[in-house]
Design a protein around this ligand. Structure first.
Ligand SMILES: Cc1ncc(COP(=O)(O)O)c(C=O)c1O
Length: 399
């Protein structure tokens, strides 16, 4: 018997990634102050994080975390169904359900786990998960774990979704889309998709990781923006993006959420989120509900950024959200731009395949209500300079 050697496989994969310029490295942040990061001993202005409302270091959020940790400790000690379910989890679920107008919410350790849970517990091998081609990787992985059929339709194409649903007429069906697309920043056509779902008797699942807190009336997300009934769909809100913490919540009808709580393996077989983390997120949700000025400021910064980029002929994707990607095409160009920007004090790592499709590498620029207009202006200057430098060949030297 001669089995393939894992060490050889790992080496070959590494060599291939090196040849393709796809080696990935972590950078270590030693300190953070709002949108400023200390990395390798140097302070950089970040335009890449997901702290859209500036809540991750808000004193009320940190205070809630510290107070709960000193009372309840660092961890939950067990899974929810054993003895890890805490009143802080319960309070957070209630607050988010009331904010988003959904009958019930269920808290998960992360958005990734929540997506695995939804599909694993609701779909089986005779069923189908119909998904937008640009959906987040965790949704694709979720369908694979569920063992159901996976059909993908062209980006934001409701007719494409209908065609795919028709290919599997007999099994149960779930129509799955990002609410705000994580790498492109655009909104899914939820009204059209919901009509398709209704006609095809499919359950709609909206992963609104990047929408909740930011879009829609009172920041209630893409479902509210599209005026859909939150009780008639299933949706995901993450706590690690606009809410500045960690974890995620699935919202939907009593029946479905109750079923998830009792049957979803990524819910049952994992330790519950630390209660202190839930307390911090509760404080963040209250701020996100109350502080409309954060969203207004963010919208003004987005408009200012897009207007200035247009003026300088910088090619952005059409997006009204804080995710404002600058397309680079070639991944080497994306890396060269990121390096040139860092030389000028900005931190925007290049996003390359397989995170985005081949030939669609980009700088995923994100804005936060913590940015100032002066920082946005400085970024626009730096982007124009970096583009010109890379075009003149300087970029390959800095990369
Ligand atoms: C659209 C989308 N869904 C789900 C997730 C996963 O969420 P979490 O980071 O909480 O695991 C992400 C995170 O990047 C995301 O962008």
């Amino acid at each position: 018997m001669s089995r393939p050697r894992l060490s050889e496989r790992i080496l070959a994969a590494r060599v291939q990634r090196t040849m393709q310029g796809r080696v990935r490295q972590r950078r270590t942040v030693t300190r953070r102050d709002g949108v400023r990061y200390e990395v390798d001993g140097r302070w950089l202005t970040g335009f890449a994080g997901n702290d859209y409302l500036g809540l991750a270091q808000h004193f009320a959020v940190v205070d809630a975390l510290q107070a709960a940790a000193s009372r309840d400790g660092a961890g939950s000690t067990a899974s929810h169904l054993v003895c890890g379910h805490h009143s802080a989890h319960e309070a957070l679920e209630r607050e988010i359900a009331s904010w988003l107008g959904a009958p019930r919410a269920l808290l998960f350790g992360s958005g990734y786990l929540a997506n695995l849970a939804v599909m694993q517990s609701l779909l089986g091998e005779d069923d189908v998960s119909v998904q937008d081609r640009l959906n987040h990787a965790s949704l694709i992985d979720a369908a694979r774990l569920a063992g159901c059929k996976l059909r993908r339709y062209p980006h934001a194409d409701a007719e494409g979704a209908l065609r795919q649903l028709r290919t599997v007429p007999d099994g149960a069906a779930m129509l799955v889309t990002d609410g705000v697309f994580s790498m492109d920043g655009d909104l899914a056509p939820l009204r059209e998709l919901s009509l398709v779902a209704r006609v095809q008797q499919a359950l709609m699942y909206i992963d609104d990781a990047h929408g909740v807190g930011v879009v829609g009336p009172e920041g209630r997300g893409s479902v509210a923006e599209a005026a859909l009934d939150p009780g008639g769909v299933l949706q995901l809100a993450t706590l690690g993006k606009a809410l500045g913490g960690y974890g995620a919540v699935v919202l939907g009808s009593e029946d479905i959420i109750g079923h998830l709580a009792e049957t979803a393996r990524p819910y049952i077989y994992t330790t519950a989120l630390p209660p202190a983390q839930a307390a911090a997120s509760l404080a963040a949700v209250k701020l996100a509900r109350r502080d409309h000025w954060r969203r207004e400021k963010l919208q003004n910064l987005i408009a200012h950024f897009r207007h200035s980029a247009l003026f300088r002929d910088l090619q952005l994707l059409p997006s009204t959200t804080p995710i404002q990607p600058l397309m680079c095409g070639d991944e080497k160009r994306a890396l060269a731009l990121a390096t040139a920007l860092e030389a000028q004090g900005f931190w925007i790592p290049a996003i390359r395949p397989p995170t985005v499709p081949d030939g669609r590498a980009r700088l995923r620029i994100t804005l936060s209500s913590l940015h100032t207009q002066a920082e946005v202006d400085a970024l626009i200057d730096a982007l124009s300079w970096a583009r010109d430098a890379v075009e003149m060949g300087y970029g390959t030297a800095v990369a």
